[in-house]
Design a protein around this ligand. Structure first.
Ligand code: GLN
Length: 539
């Protein structure tokens, strides 16, 4: 729904002083407010690293890899964009320096620049500009918000800032720059300090970019003096100094930004109508429920990256959404899969009434995951296995119920006599790592009279994937005879997408990633059902 108010507007979001100030959440919050006023908005993240995409990055480096419907392996900020806006993103919404250079070099080899010296300016900057404008093509969106990863002043983000400078010049009033900075509080001096912000804006000015709006991350409210001081030193009006105060939930940030009138300031500066007030009623209702849960539930998430919550961002957010639907606060216990075994299992899981086994790759921590699944299967504790979590559940079932003790996945043990989980046929000829898994959304058909069918309330679903291995259908009959039902199947290949235990309060494993598609407006039915089962369990 493109507004008749003419062409797409471009908003660039840069960050200064430090990383982790929450550019992604600020971008998503602004987008939410604009969307709530009836504008169509998309958000794009440009990442200045040289990997083609984050698919090959260790979660310790960059947190979770988020997968879009069209199968792009992307930055976790895209997860926030989708969770806030409830509209899908795509490959075009995440571009890295690696991808920019790759296409420039491909063009050079093809002879597109024949005779020219290929340089950062204009060739790399042109490619960056092209990727930004691509999203605004055909005026599909009223607003394209482009978040630049990293911090201003980094060597690697220079071409991006230069591209913004050029675009500001080309697009004029149809574009603006929001710069996010830190206003630290020095407890010894009992003062908020504006100098880092001044320096950060100075760095921007050196590159020829004057920010239009400053969003200042702070622990304490910014008083008028501070706002005026920042305005004076940074060439913006005091109304364009926006406070972004620490809060206990990312979902409150859109409301805080609305109080600070970020959306109004943006619309006025960029020449778009401010007539409609944002329709934030359902968002507020969500926050209200989030803030006043009637119950609590303890759920364990077992994985090998639990020191780093960013590695499981989408699962954690999906549980928050599902908890809110159930009027319940989900207390998450993160358990390292290398630190649990049969001996300490009962102790580790004694307070929890639901267990998720996380996705993952490789065999580190596998034994702990399998032992935990045996425990919850035998004790009737609700279980939700996601991707590798589902594969582990199948291995555990084969070993302990089907009496095939040497069962394994060929990912972990190539020579296993019972390859319950095996490499997908189409993956056998794949030798290159980046972007070659089974990625993105695929259809799945649900079997009637199953828990999965009851939860989704429909027969045909579509879910996103990221894997190379699958359940080995040679064993399916045996599994089903013993009470493990394949309740979701890929309609063309017969690949088992969902497996569930018949005689258990709630035991579901999914080969796909439901966590990528849970949003505030549309929490995922499997997470809702799982949290509900955990609330009912063991009471
Ligand atoms: N390593 C498993 C596979 O490739 C599971 C992947 C995952 O959990 N995302 O099939």
């Amino acid at each position: 729904m493109s507004s008749p108010q003419s062409a797409t507007r471009y908003i660039f979001v840069t960050g200064g002083v430090t990383s982790s100030l929450g550019k992604g959440i600020i971008s998503a919050s602004l987008a939410k407010l604009l969307q709530a006023r009836g504008y169509s908005v998309t958000i794009q993240k440009l990442d200045p690293y040289i990997n083609i995409d984050p698919g090959t990055l260790n979660p310790y480096e960059h947190g979770e890899c988020y997968v879009t419907e069209d199968g792009a392996e992307t930055d976790l900020d895209l997860g926030h964009y989708e969770r806030f806006l409830n509209i899908p993103t795509s490959q075009a919404n995440n571009v890295t320096t690696g991808r920019i250079y790759q296409s420039v070099i491909e063009k050079e080899r093809r002879g597109d620049y024949l005779g020219e010296t290929v340089q950062v300016i204009p060739h790399i900057t042109d490619e960056i500009k092209y990727r930004i404008k691509l999203l605004g093509e055909d005026n599909r969106f009223d607003f394209v918000i482009t978040e630049i990863g990293g911090t201003v002043g980094d060597i690697e983000s220079l071409p991006y800032i230069e591209a913004i400078r050029q675009l500001r010049w080309e697009l004029g009033k149809r574009s603006m720059v929001i710069h996010l900075t830190l206003v630290p509080y020095l407890s010894a001096a009992k003062e908020l300090k504006t100098k880092p912000t001044q320096h950060s804006v100075k760095t921007m000015l050196e590159y020829g970019v004057q920010p239009d709006i400053l969003v200042c991350r702070t622990e304490k409210p910014l008083n008028a003096n501070i706002r005026n001081k920042i305005a004076l030193f940074c060439n913006v009006d005091a109304g364009s100094v926006i406070e972004s105060i620490d809060t206990n939930s990312i979902y409150k940030v859109p409301l805080l930004m609305q109080e600070e009138q970020l959306d109004l300031v943006v619309l006025r500066k960029i020449g778009m109508s401010t007539r409609k007030t944002p329709a934030m009623r359902s968002w507020r209702a969500f926050i209200k429920k989030l803030e006043s849960p009637k119950k609590q539930v303890n759920i364990a998430l077992i994985g090998k990256y639990v020191e780093l919550v960013d590695a499981y961002k989408s699962i954690i957010e999906s549980l928050i959404h599902a908890g809110t639907v159930n009027n319940c606060r989900v207390n998450l216990k993160l358990i390292h899969s290398e630190q649990i075994d049969q001996k300490n299992m009962a102790e580790q899981l004694k307070d929890v009434t639901g267990v998720i086994v996380a996705p993952g790759f490789g065999d580190r921590g596998i034994d702990g995951k399998i032992a935990a699944i045996k425990h919850v299967r035998e004790h009737g504790i609700p279980f939700f296995g996601i991707c590798l979590g589902m594969q582990c559940a199948m291995i555990e079932f084969a070993r302990n119920v089907l009496q095939l003790p040497k069962s394994h996945s060929t990912e972990m043990q190539e020579t296993t006599p019972d390859p319950i989980i095996d490499i997908m046929e189409e993956q056998k000829k794949v030798f290159v790592k980046g972007g070659t898994m089974r990625l993105g959304a695929y259809p799945c058909k649900l079997k009637k009279d199953t828990r999965a069918y009851a939860l989704y309330g429909k027969e045909h679903i579509s879910e996103r994937h990221r894997h190379r291995y699958e359940f080995n259908n040679k064993y399916l009959e045996m599994f089903e005879q013993h009470g493990m039902t394949a309740s979701g199947i890929h309609p063309d290949t017969g690949l088992v997408e969902i497996a569930e235990l018949d005689n258990h309060p709630w035991f579901i494993g999914v080969q796909f990633h439901p966590e990528y598609s849970s949003t505030v407006a549309k929490p995922h039915p499997l997470f809702i059902g799982f949290v509900k089962a955990a609330m009912q369990c063991c009471s």
